[in-house]
Design a protein. Structure first.
Length: 170
């Protein structure tokens, strides 16, 4: 009888240990899956923006979206970002953003993207008439997500290089 009890206790410890390992592994796999889902979504968003399909790219943006660094005169929220892209595409009809590095945290709620933004200045931009100069500048985006939706964005661009290239093409 004693051996059976010890065996059951030992088996119970094994079950607890096995259950704990399964929970830890499944949590890690779930977190990894969320990070992978977020990475896939963000890559798709950049692809759609490069094709100038703003409404399709914005499908995963929260109605409460906040753009924390806005251009002068930009409206708040998604409407302001939509207007900004329309302005950019009008001034730089071939505008592209290539992802150089994309970092997503474990649970897929924070993203940092380093991108190369490039295009040709073919239309008026910020009061400057078209120069036909090419721009090719580094930029970065910090993106926060909640429940799979983009809620916050901080965008940074090398404005000194950007303006220099607009003025001189170099």
């Amino acid at each position: 009888m004693m051996k059976i009890i010890k065996s059951r206790i030992f088996s119970g410890k094994r079950v607890i240990l096995a259950t704990a390992l399964i929970l830890l592994f499944s949590t890690a796999v779930h977190a990894q899956s969320k990070a992978q889902d977020t990475e896939k979504m963000i890559r798709e968003m950049y692809r759609l923006l490069n094709e100038q399909k703003f409404d399709e790219a914005a499908v995963n943006v929260s109605p409460a979206f906040v753009d924390h660094i806005m251009m002068e005169g930009q409206k708040p929220g998604l409407e302001g970002v939509r207007d900004l892209f329309k302005t950019m595409w009008k001034a730089f009809p071939d505008l592209k953003q290539d992802i150089i590095e994309l970092i997503v945290n474990e649970d897929g709620t924070r993203v940092c993207a380093l991108v190369r933004m490039y295009g040709t200045h073919k239309g008026e931009f910020m009061g400057m008439p078209a120069t036909n100069n090419k721009i090719d500048v580094p930029a970065s985006d910090i993106i926060l997500l909640k429940e799979g939706k983009i809620t916050d964005h901080w965008g940074f661009i090398d404005t000194e290089t950007f303006m220099k290239q607009l003025n001189t093409g170099k």
